[in-house]
Design a protein around this ligand. Sequence first.
Ligand code: ATP
Length: 298
Amino acid sequence: MLEIQNLTKFYGKIAVLQDLFLNIKQGEIYGLLGANGAGKTTTINIICGLLDYDRGSVTINGENLSQKSKYLLGVAPQENLLYPQLSCAENLAFFGKIYGLKGTKLKSAINHSLQSVSLLDRKNSSIETLSGGMQRRVNIAVALVHTPKLLILDEPTTGLDIEARYEIWQLILSLKEQGMTILLTTHLLDEAQKLCDRIGIIKQGKIVAEGTLEKLRELIPAQEIILVQTENEEKAIEKGKEKGFEHRYYGGDLAFLLPEALPLDTLIHYFDETELTSISRQTVNLDHIYLEVTQNNN
Ligand code: ATP
């Protein structure tokens, strides 16, 4: 559906995208995950034709970017692009007309998009009377009004409370069920873990790891992770090393990567000479993978 090869973009002498590769398949949710400034929005702006690039290629449905591409793409930007005093239907009508929709086609497109985001009953409400979560859903409805093939959601839940975030997650999953291909950017690891079929981790304009969560999990040489609190970290690291446990620091906490899960009493026995205060177990998740690949790929 979307294929990007060797995409490179400079601002002055700084390469903000460096030989970026991305291949998004029909019907999947692909998550582009990265810290602030990693290059996510730049990538999206290039796909949308809003920004030039210096090298590489971008194809959508097998065709190079052109004027026609805009009909294939629906984009919900990070900041809602809505007219607050107009109603949901009026906002959708405005954007639908930009895509050449009119008359009954426009009306049914408006109803269909509002239905997709479960806001048909608020069709005539002005945007300013809606909650933040609802406004974000209208923002997504705008992106859907011309029935695009690829939906791009730039940080779809940033700034929303937990409840509204869950609603948007449900919406994204239901759009996928209806057959939509979705590219979303996020820096929320639980969001990527919950929604995405495949994840690309972007750092300084490069994809440093990509795959399903299962595949990405293989990047951590561990079945299990333990957090160890001890009065003598140096000694604990030494003890861990003897047993073949690599160590890491996660947010300042000492952790060990266990090649296989071990009973708690065995672990306590290993570390008991280190003035141990506590051991807690963690299963390997996207947080660990993210730290592993972003900290080890300089
Ligand atoms: P965020 O999560 O903060 O939106 P991002 O991953 O979307 O981050 P981008 O906005 O793509 O990151 O920015 C990538 C890099 O390009 C950053 O270092 C940013 O400072 C730089 N950059 C973005 N726009 C410009 C510009 N117009 N001129 C110069 N540098 C820019």
